[in-house]
Write a protein that binds this ligand. Structure first.
Ligand SMILES: [Zn+2]
Ligand SMILES: [Zn+2]
Length: 54
């Protein structure tokens, strides 16, 4: 598994200790990564499968 992870909303690359969250898409199980900033702003994410959420 790659560690080449980036925020799905803004594209910022994952860095340890920066408040990133990682979870599976409830639709397809794809790993979704979001940074703290996008989480705080409440930006929606859109998965490759088309699923979007808060
Ligand atoms: Zn972000
Ligand atoms: Zn998905």
């Amino acid at each position: 598994m790659t560690e080449d992870l980036a925020c799905i909303s803004c594209g910022t690359y994952f860095t340890a200790g920066s408040g990133f969250v990682k979870f599976e898409c409830p639709e397809c199980g794809n790993i979704i990564v979001r940074c703290e900033r996008c989480r705080t702003l409440g930006k929606n994410y859109i998965c490759e499968c088309g699923f979007s959420g808060p």
